[in-house]
Design a protein around this ligand. Structure first.
Ligand code: HEC
Ligand code: HEC
Length: 224
């Protein structure tokens, strides 16, 4: 998103996450040691990732509604896999797969995917939704761009650009219903609950559109 968004007051000046007491919240608070891929062997990760290509694409860019992993921050991939493994993030298939991964495997996979190239962003084709750009202080919604990049990048916040539209919308709906609850302090649940169905669709469509073809590519990942 680069410098195309106005730089604003840092969102935390007015954004107060609502207190949640959630026994099932993720146990992975933050993994600063993983920033910059430290702690993982990307070469070994590449070998392990052969079991993932069927769904996540040969180069970590999926051709269906499965999330892209290429270029995802290693601390994000690490946390999500640990959360599946511990049952903090629910998904039958990914939970089963993560069960078989050791902590070292997860670090290596995270390092491998972090260094694969992301699909390069297309020129802006979809207007930036207000919630992405400025949020809505009346509803205590900080701008998405204050965590997900554009205004600021908060550790643990996934890279979203170019992810499949349906995946992004689906995750926001899961957060809104409280069915995905591995977000620290309920940060995404509190935001998604405040969003209308239309705002969810607009945000998903906006982020999904920021890929190489302007929409999520329907071509096989191997061709990329
Ligand atoms: C059979 C298909 C399939 C395979 C094989 C598979 N995944 Fe997944 N993966 C998915 C789906 C579907 C999701 C979205 C699940 C959800 O909604 O929580 C997902 C989600 C993820 C996420 C969360 C991404 C995010 O942005 O939050 C990570 C990380 C991940 N997979 C890593 C892996 C790794 C590493 C492997 C190989 C060891 C693997 N997956 C193998 C289908 C698959
Ligand atoms: C205060 C920081 C913050 C703000 C603001 C924020 N997010 Fe998030 N978001 C996060 C974090 C942290 C996660 C990862 C949660 C976890 O650990 O599973 C996340 C996860 C997500 C995911 C799931 C991505 C994936 O790959 O699994 C989506 C989609 C998302 N956010 C969309 C949005 C949208 C759209 C907005 C604005 C309306 C927004 N977020 C605002 C911090 C934020």
């Amino acid at each position: 998103m680069g410098g195309d968004l106005p730089r604003r007051r840092r969102a935390e000046h007015w954004y107060q996450p609502l207190a949640t007491s959630d026994a099932r919240a993720s146990r992975v608070a933050m993994v600063p040691a993983l920033a910059g891929n430290a702690g993982g062997d990307a070469g070994r990760g590449g070998t392990l990732a052969q079991r993932c290509t069927m769904c996540h694409g040969a180069r970590g860019v999926s051709s269906s509604d499965v999330p892209n992993l290429a270029g995802q921050y290693s601390e994000v991939t690490y946390k999500q896999l640990v959360d599946y493994k511990n049952g903090q993030r629910l998904h039958t298939l990914m939970q089963a797969l993560a069960q078989g991964l050791s902590d070292a495997d997860i670090r290596d996979l995270a390092a491998f995917y972090a260094q694969l190239p992301r699909p390069s962003p297309a020129p802006e084709s979809v207007p930036v939704p207000t919630l992405v750009r400025v949020g809505d202080p009346m509803r205590n919604v900080a701008p998405c761009a204050s965590c997900h990049g554009g205004i600021d990048k908060k550790p643990g916040s996934p890279w979203l650009e170019g992810m499949p539209d349906a995946y992004l919308a689906g995750q926001m709906q899961l957060f809104a219903r409280g069915e995905r609850r591995n977000d620290p302090h309920g940060v995404m649940r509190n935001i998604a609950r405040q969003m209308t169905a239309r705002e969810i669709d607009e945000a998903a469509h906006y982020y999904a559109s920021r890929s190489i073809l302007g929409v999520h590519p329907a071509q096989p990942a191997a061709a990329r």
